[in-house]
Design a protein around this ligand. Structure first.
Ligand code: MCN
Length: 783
């Protein structure tokens, strides 16, 4: 059976995961282990008047109780946002300070004020209860709307009106003029609900300070250990980079929430140095709800104008993005460069203007969550298209077809240059697979059972393969977003790939091995993938923005090119042939057209025994490459959902779901389909079930699974998945990312289907039975 590109190879890593042998951070056992428990604010906004640690310090097993004054006193820096976004008047971000342990003011429920280090986890937790913090409560702003009201309390002194940035993109005057001349305007008010990330494995850290070497090791649940080390060293002053090793072992899902540096990692490292003990902390689920960066939380008002033929003439968007109480590492990029640059969707729109205000509130910091900005753009564009079609009495698919971009490359008015795609082809494929033609009959049949059936489209596009360093650098990113790889061919011919990408559920150990096995004609068992350790891999930018295929694998290809060149030189020398005649095939290195050959492992051995290498050639067979993409990749697709609503109760079931995606070259269709399945489940969760709710005092009302509803098996249908394929010209494998598509494309298809079923377009996510029922009652009320 082929294991090369395009083969449905079962995941190599699953054996250890499904037999309970995965090694996660909380599984790490080290000598001298102590445990951390954090003392967290129960107020959303308050002054810290005093902290009395005496009772906790005297409690059994307690090693130390440390606070923010000690932390800052030791020179540990504030957490920062790594992406500078300027306001439209040119002023820089109004970024307030964020200390890993708050000193004089807390700004959200869960903000840490002190940490207890004790012999056991339970002793640490019990003692944390004994730390007496006196607070003086302050007024609270718990939503972006409240934060913008006149006279609202300021979350940070240096952010007047709670505005971090007031950013714009596109041409406002031209867009206004286009809208003024439009034959039809569709106006939208869209709320993109706030989500909690909920990876299966909660965040965890084990910090080990070695005083003999003055060296730190951090095991952590990270999607990007090298970036963690860089940031911990360069910005937070925890340890010099060469004195800090960061290891992200098996990580049980991230979905964006594990990209950032959090207060707990900083505090554990510092506390390990302070106490001379190894310090372990693992969040429980309740702690995760109040500390993991949340996602989305946009409120948007938009107007899209059309000419008399249904061609879009302009799109004007005004978005309020809730950033929470502090600026997390990438929180400024998500609602700006990752969102507003995709407001063109799949459509040829000449005039676009977007204004985004980033707003502080007394809530958990908000940052990237699977899709990050792109689900928000897709939801807005695709809800607007469906609504416009209904308003203009057009078939929603036909309205899309009239506006699709048809030739590439295509420059949008909002920065992006789409390089390849087949939007009409995706729609054709989706419609055929979903049997759209048969929908009226299915709707009639559902009606005979007393059910309302609806159909909704979503034609999504995303920019991933994050990201060309030149582009992100010019847009204010702190670092370039290339990727590195090292290919080590051992003397016996087996291969180790060291990659800066980090797999936390995406199956890299399999897909990365597939491209190497195919290139050199080796079984994938002979290829192992090394990742997640700053002492083993020289540097890497990590995994997010569906970049590991398009960027991480491209770096491997570049390194394999170098290995291949050296292998050919060695074989040509040994076999006394011309390098140009050497081919690598089926595990052998051959002289084309002859029976002269070396087996792959013989070349490996020759490289290391070094008796018979070409003159001047260095021994060994190991090559490194850094790959910086020339452009983003632009996966796109057509998702079609069919739902049935029970009019008595508002209970809605997704009956049918079709995804026709274009991910360019697909390395492993089974893994890719798994990625779409998972993303679509998250999309269904966002559309119908999930929603973080704060009350007006900033108390989290959805702090457990009793109140925060995750999708379960019976909430998702069997998916129909189709693959279209346009080759991405920007990387050597022609790949586009697939890791976020499901979460990006699904929510608008679901809401478009529900609003179609109930005949009322006024519905915000999550479409709970109560909301659906209420909207249905409103639609049925006589005018
Ligand atoms: N792949 C492929 N052919 C393609 C594209 C990708 O075979 N044309 C394969 C890749 O080789 C890889 C997988 O599909 O094995 C995903 O690749 P890619 O789209 O490049 O995404 P990343 O590996 O960079 O993963 C990041 C992406 C993001 S941004 C989030 S969020 C997310 C996601 O992946 N979080 C996940 N999928 C997740 N899946 C799990 N189980 N857990 C998470 O936390």
């Amino acid at each position: 059976m082929s294991t090369g590109i395009g083969a449905r190879v079962k995941r190599k890593e699953d054996k250890r995961f499904i037999t309970g042998q995965g090694r996660y951070t909380d599984d790490v056992r080290v000598d001298n282990q102590a445990y951390a428990a954090f003392v967290r604010s129960s107020h959303a906004h308050a002054k810290v008047v005093s902290i009395d640690k005496s009772e906790a310090e005297a409690a059994e097993g307690v090693i130390a109780v440390l606070d923010g004054h000690q932390l800052t006193g030791d020179g540990i820096g504030n957490l920062i946002c790594g992406w500078a976004v300027s306001s439209k008047d040119g002023s820089p971000m109004n970024m307030g300070p964020w200390s890993a342990l708050a000193t004089d003011r807390v700004r959200y429920v869960g903000d840490a004020v002190a940490v207890v280090i004790a012999e056991t986890k339970q002793q640490a937790r019990d003692a944390a209860e004994l730390v007496a913090v006196e607070y003086e409560e302050l007024p609270v702003v718990a939503s972006s709307t409240a934060a913008l009201e006149d006279g609202a309390v300021q979350v940070h002194d240096n952010a007047p009106g709670n505005i971090v940035f007031d950013w714009e993109i596109g041409d406002e005057a031209a867009t206004d003029a286009a809208l003024a001349g439009a034959a039809h305007i569709t106006e939208m008010h869209v709320v993109n609900n706030r989500l909690s990330p909920n990876p299966m494995e909660p965040r965890s850290a084990v910090a080990i300070y070695d005083s003999a070497e003055d060296h730190y090791t951090l095991y952590t649940t990270s999607q990007n250990p090298h970036v963690a080390r860089l940031v911990l060293s360069a910005f937070y002053n925890v340890a010099p980079e060469h004195k800090l090793r960061v290891i992200a072992p098996d990580v049980g899902g991230g979905f964006g929430a594990k990209i950032y540096i959090y207060p707990e990692e900083i505090t554990c490292l510092w506390a390990s140095m302070k106490t001379g003990r190894s310090v372990k902390w693992t969040a429980d689920r309740s702690e995760a709800f109040v500390t993991d960066a949340h996602g989305r939380d946009h409120v948007t008002h938009a107007r899209m104008g059309f000419d008399a033929n249904g061609k879009i003439v302009g799109f004007k968007v005004d978005t309020h993005a809730n950033l929470g109480a502090y600026m997390s590492l990438f929180s400024s990029a998500t609602p700006t460069y990752l969102y507003a640059t995709l407001l063109s969707g799949q459509y040829d729109i000449q005039n676009i203007y977007g204004n985004v205000k980033g707003i502080y509130t007394n809530t958990v910091p908000v940052d990237a969550y699977r899709g990050a900005g792109r689900p928000e753009a897709t939801f807005l564009v695709e809800r607007t298209m469906e609504t416009a079609a209904r308003e203009m009495g057009m078939d929603p698919a036909e309205l899309r077809r009239r506006n699709f971009i048809g030739s590439f490359p295509h420059q949008t008015p909002v920065i992006m240059t789409y390089d390849a795609g087949d939007f009409a082809g995706n729609l054709d494929m989706g419609q055929a697979a979903a049997d759209v033609a048969g929908f009226p009959a299915r709707k009639a049949e559902a009606a005979s059972r007393g059910k309302l059936r609806g159909l909704g489209y979503s034609c999504y596009i995303e920019a991933c393969g994050i990201a060309p360093s030149a582009a992100v650098g010019s847009l204010g990113a702190g670092v370039g977003l290339w990727e590195s790889a090292e290919v080590r061919v051992n003397p016996v011919g087996t291969i180790e790939i060291l990659t800066g990408s980090h797999s936390h559920g995406q199956g890299h150990e399999t897909t990365f091995a597939q491209i190497v096995g195919e290139r050199f004609g080796l079984p994938i068992e002979n290829v192992s993938i090394v990742h997640g350790d700053t002492d083993k891999v020289q540097f890497g930018m990590g995994t997010y923005g569906s970049r590991s295929g398009a960027v991480g694998m491209s770096a491997i290809v570049k390194a394999m090119d170098k290995v291949e060149a050296k292998v050919k030189k060695i074989a040509a020398h040994v076999l006394e042939a011309s390098e140009d005649d050497i081919v690598i095939e089926g595990g052998a290195v051959k002289v084309a057209g002859t029976d002269k050959q070396m087996l792959w492992h013989e070349v490996g051995l020759a490289a290391y025994t070094a008796h018979n290498l070409p003159a001047g050639m260095e021994p060994g067979l190991k090559e490194t490459a850094f790959y910086d993409p020339v452009n983003f990749t632009f996966p796109a697709g057509c998702y079609i959902a069919e739902v049935e609503v029970d009019p008595e109760t508002g209970v809605t079931k997704v009956i049918q779901f079709t995804a026709a995606d274009d991910f360019g070259t697909v390395i492993n269709p089974m893994i890719v389909e798994g990625q779409v399945h998972g993303g679509a489940a998250q999309g269904i969760g966002q559309a119908m079930l999930e929603g973080v709710v704060y009350d007006e005092d900033g108390q989290l009302l959805t702090g457990s699974y009793m109140d925060y509803c995750m999708p379960r098996a019976d909430d998702v249908p069997f998916y129909r998945i189709e693959h279209n394929k346009t080759i991405c010209p920007g990387n050597p494998l022609g790949m586009k990312g697939c890791g976020e598509a499901g979460a990006i494309g699904t929510p608008p298809a679901i809401i478009n289907a529900i609003t179609d079923a109930i005949g009322n377009n006024d519905l915000q996510m999550p479409a709970t039975p109560l909301k659906v029922w209420t909207a249905l009652q409103a639609a049925q009320k006589p005018m």
